[in-house]
Design a protein around this ligand. Sequence first.
Ligand code: FEO
Length: 400
Amino acid sequence: MPRKITENTTYVGHIDWEIRHFHGEQLSTYHGTSYNSYLIQDGAKTALVDTVWGPYSKEFIAKLQRTVGIENIDYMIALHGEPDHSQALSDVMAIKPDLPIYCTENATRSLKGFHHKDWDFHTIKTGDTLDLGNGKFTFVEAPMLHWPDQMMAYYDRDKILFSSDPFGHHFASDQLFTDKVDASSLIYESVKYYANIVSPYSAMVIKKLKEFAMLNLPLEMIAPAHGLIWRKVNTDLILKKYAEWADNFKKDKITIVYDTMYESTRKLAIALGEGIREADRSVEIRLFNSSLNDIADINTQIFASKGVLFGSPTYNSGVLNSTAGILEELKGFRFTGKKAAAFGSYGWAPMSVKIIAQKLRDANFQLFEPEGLSVNWNPTEEKLAEARKFGADFAKFCNE
Ligand code: FEO
């Protein structure tokens, strides 16, 4: 149902209560999500900011027809070409084929690439404006947040920043505003979103936050493309969080991620944790069997850690599937300022620890003991004591 956010701005997006995985099956979304679209009825002119994902296009079109009538929309603002925000655009354009679309140069590529249509594109650059009669949009390019085609749009009459993916969260709620829902769930979903989607582009986040601050625009709301709207009461909170998350974020936490076949690597994981605790009484220690836990949640824990111990037994001269999957994701995230070490058991050839250590190097971790901790067969008491010492030394290394 359309919901008024302000006198001029109406929420016309789709709340997806059912989705449990996003980006195919890559990212868990236990709290659902939303595909946010906003209708700005400024007086003389009307603009639509983004559309929704294809499966919900029919409901979206019906909602727009009820609310405004698509013929009466004057401008389409496409902040980003990814299908979760643009797939319903084809159905909007089928009703009003001459609707001008304002987007970045790169978004003309992504939108043409997905829709195969040569619509009336108007490309924008940072600082360009679009006058609606009473208020106006100011556009800010935001490449790599999270695609090269991204931009943000500031509507001065309501002092709303339509931020696209940044500041979003996969969180379904009909409350509209972030200050009306459980704060700890919301912040968890926000940091999970940052770790799994935004973190590879942290340098750009820092740059954009500075650029936006320099524009000195009064801000009442940040309206992202997923989840709920940040109001004046907490816009500073999420801006501060983004500044923290973008800047080598880490807590006093060490995460141990392992997979195991016959308990040997699991025993090492436990012993490593005991060693860490002996050396550091206050650090938070979390253990995750990577085959039993959700990968996006593990990534989030790693993002918040100062150190990570990563283990797998050797399996067919390699590592187990769950280990390989996480290491591949970590390479893409390029987390910064984190320390790590590899461990694992083997029967016939000590391969897994070498492979994990190399993958951790490739993923930008600073390695402790490049050779890692490799144990043959079932660890003896002596080997478990060695693992405890390894854990204790790693804890000290993380505090250096
Ligand atoms: Fe929610 Fe990058 O799209």
